[in-house]
Design a protein around this ligand. Structure first.
Ligand code: NI
Length: 231
């Protein structure tokens, strides 16, 4: 059930200036109980705080992350985003955690305008790992558990089909931005093939420039994307 999962670490999504501005916004905000966006099962497992949709800091905080994502080639290559859910922000203090759950398959946009399918889940870490203990994101697959705790500004992408949890924070505070992506390529295995191919093409282009076989290979990438994408 949880086989073939690909976790992709996207480094340096936010630079130092963006992190500073984002943290200042979050520090000034009034936080709410994290269960406001949880499904029935996950509400029982969820114990944290979340920035409410009505918080005045939300538009500026989303703009910082949205701008950063739009300039990040690796994010685009790995996720092939069709729809990005408006970013949410949460914090875990000492004793708070999020038990094992699978994210809701379909979500309604916060403004009620449309539904989207969640293919990929994203967590963007906002605090340096040595500033808190615990608070690891644990993603399960058939081989066991992947433990994820990244530098501030780095993001992990993982399939929304995977069972995951956040371990209790035992010191300090963990802040993160999280959201979902509906991908142009629904199937995780196909998306992973495209990502691996695109990464290899990029490396070859750096090494050799646009040779004739590389142009052909790039064309094949686009023709596969054409075959498999849904936009
Ligand atoms: Ni989740």
């Amino acid at each position: 059930m949880y086989a073939n999962i690909m976790l992709v670490q996207v480094e340096n999504v936010l630079n130092t200036d963006e992190l500073t501005r984002l943290r200042a916004l979050l520090d000034a905000a009034q936080w709410a109980d994290g269960r406001i966006t949880a499904g029935t099962q996950s509400a029982k497992a969820k114990q944290n705080r979340q920035l409410p949709e009505s918080a005045p800091q939300v538009p500026a905080a989303r703009a910082i992350v949205g701008t950063a994502l739009s300039r990040h080639g690796l994010f685009f290559s790995a996720a092939l985003p069709r729809t990005i859910y408006p970013q949410l922000f949460n914090r875990y203090g000492v004793g708070e955690n999020f038990g094992a759950h699978i994210d809701n398959a379909v979500r309604l946009a916060p403004d009620g305008s449309r539904y989207m399918r969640t293919d990929i889940s994203a967590t963007l870490f906002l605090c340096e790992p040595d500033s808190y203990d615990g608070g690891e994101l644990i993603v399960q697959d058939t081989y066991g558990e992947h433990r994820v705790k990244l530098p501030a500004g780095d993001m992990i992408l993982y399939p929304s089909t995977s069972l995951h949890r956040v371990t209790p924070v035992t010191r300090g505070e963990r802040q993160a931005c999280f959201f979902w992506i509906q991908s142009m390529v629904r199937d995780d295995a196909k998306r992973e093939l495209l990502f691996n191919m695109d990464s290899a093409i990029a490396t070859l282009r750096q090494q050799q420039g646009d040779t004739e076989p590389l142009v052909a290979l790039t064309g094949t990438y686009h023709n596969l994307l054409r075959m498999w994408s849904d936009v």
